[in-house]
Design a protein around this ligand. Structure first.
Ligand code: UDX
Length: 453
């Protein structure tokens, strides 16, 4: 497996790796040592990190540890990655590269499909976001449907199997205002390489969650096969070992919040986390902090090292607890947690779905606005924050409070909680060991094809 070295990409790859191992495959993950501005990620083997026998191999991104902006990083990776990955494969598969039966890569390393093709290795891609996003990006980059332009910035996008998407519901990379050129290039390359070389596109989603868009996409797009949720619902919150769910952490996990959670009433706590990349501005943090204080909800808030100091009650002030990096799946599975305030990263969203925890989504960029739309209007398991009917980057404390109340005990709360309970059950059924759930069957078919059964 070839993974982009970021938390939100490694977690689903590792979790898929663990599933493949349970079917008797051997799994090696190749990734780069460094990602810009992040800690060195260098486990010698994930058996120590995850308790499963996944080997790690590392290739160079060509930067020799230099810190650069994301566009430069992506350019360097796509310039040096193919040669360095090819070398790595030759070094590690002595007889013939095709000893590596199959390659799974994720979207941020689109050239990995070309490397696989050149070496004669069958190739699959793991789409780490919802199928809805697969459909949106595919249709945008292949010009299959009209999208907003500079002259028509407010165009509503109507796509098969999805509700009408307004500008604020679309991923930031398809908007005419997008400033991240590297990502546009990357997605174009990805769909090109995928159509030419991929045998499978697997997605971290499940049929009952996104049935409409999955069925509609299979009619006219390169077929996508849901194999999720890759986080294992049966392991959520279980086991003393840190990585019971198969994820790896780029930061040190602070478990202090678990004992504190044990002392809180069931469903009373608001868990706040914005994933590994998004950082809140001082104004955003202040609004959220005020809302939590005014609502008197006990809280666990992840304030990453880079943001520390932005929260005036850095200890939580008695009402809550602040940690730099939480054991997130354990927190979500804890009976005390009643609401998850999230940026709507797809791993976090699916983890909350699998744990049955309703969400308040405060999206920042990338796929998050679309994920927020799905959570509120398609899955019905949460609300998105808004200001005067508009979606804004800085949302006032009244609106934050309204959204949390709506989930915790507002008029729609019972309906939202009921939907969350139903989807939790459906998530478990999709992947249950020994069962015949849709994702479980798809993983088995994938493995059968790899080993030629
Ligand atoms: C990135 C993108 O930002 C996101 O939009 C996309 O959907 C996936 O890639 P990230 O922002 O890190 O991911 O968010 P998310 O997808 O939610 O992944 C974060 C992961 O870190 C989750 O698996 C979560 O469990 C874990 N996490 C987060 C912790 O283990 N502890 C924490 O304190 C916070």
């Amino acid at each position: 497996m070839v993974a982009f070295s970021a938390q939100g990409h490694l977690n689903p790859m590792l979790r898929l790796g663990k599933r493949l191992i349970s079917h008797g495959l051997h799994v090696t993950i190749a990734t780069t040592h460094l990602q810009p501005g992040r800690r060195l990620f260098k486990p010698s083997s994930s058996s120590s990190a995850t308790g499963h026998d996944i080997d790690f191999l590392f290739y160079s991104d060509g930067l020799d540890g230099r810190k650069v902006d994301i566009d430069t990083f992506m350019d360097s990776l796509s310039q040096h990655g193919p040669t360095n990955l090819t070398k790595l494969i030759h070094q590690n598969y002595h007889t013939a590269p095709s000893d590596a039966n199959n390659r799974v890569s994720n979207p941020f390393v689109p050239w990995a499909a070309n490397v696989a093709h050149d070496l004669g290795i069958p190739c699959a891609m793991l789409w780490i976001q919802p199928v809805a996003l697969y459909a949106v990006y595919y249709r945008y980059y292949r010009n299959l449907n009209p999208f907003p332009t500079l002259t028509d910035p407010d165009l509503t996008v109507n796509l098969p199997g999805l509700p009408p998407l307004r500008t604020e519901d679309l991923p930031s990379f398809v908007l005419p205002t997008n400033t991240f050129g590297a990502f546009s290039k990357l997605f174009s390359e990805m769909f090109g390489a995928m159509e030419k070389h991929a045998s499978w596109v697997l997605a971290n989603s499940f049929h009952a969650l996104e049935a409409d868009v999955i069925i509609n996409s299979s009619k006219d797009l390169f077929p996508v096969v849901p194999v999720g949720p890759l986080v294992d619902p049966s392991l959520l919150g279980k086991g003393e070992e840190e990585e019971a769910d198969g994820a790896v952490n780029l930061w040190e996990v602070d478990h202090s919040c678990m004992e504190w959670l044990d002392e809180q009433a069931a469903g009373s706590v608001v868990y706040v986390s914005f994933g590994s990349l998004a950082t809140l501005s001082a104004d955003q943090s202040a609004s959220l902090e005020r809302a939590l204080k005014e609502g008197r909800w006990p809280f666990v808030w992840v304030v990453k090292g880079t943001e520390a100091g932005e929260l005036s009650t850095s200890s939580g002030g008695g009402q809550g607890i602040v940690v730099a990096w939480a054991p997130q799946t354990k927190v979500l599975a804890h009976r005390a947690v009643g609401c998850f305030v999230t940026h709507g990263g797809w791993n976090s969203t699916l983890e909350a779905v699998a744990a049955g925890v309703p969400m308040v989504v405060y999206p920042q960029w990338s796929d998050q606005p679309t994920n927020a739309k799905l959570v509120e209007d398609v899955f019905g398991v949460g609300v998105r924050v808004r200001e005067n009917g508009d979606v804004k980057m800085v949302v006032g404390s009244e609106e934050m409070g309204r959204a949390i109340r709506e989930v915790m005990d507002g008029p729609k709360s019972e309906q939202i909680k009921g939907n969350a309970r139903r989807l939790k059950i459906a998530a478990g059924e999709a992947v249950a060991a020994g069962g015949e759930g849709t994702s479980k069957v798809s993983v088995r078919k994938f493995v059968d094809e790899i080993v030629g059964r």
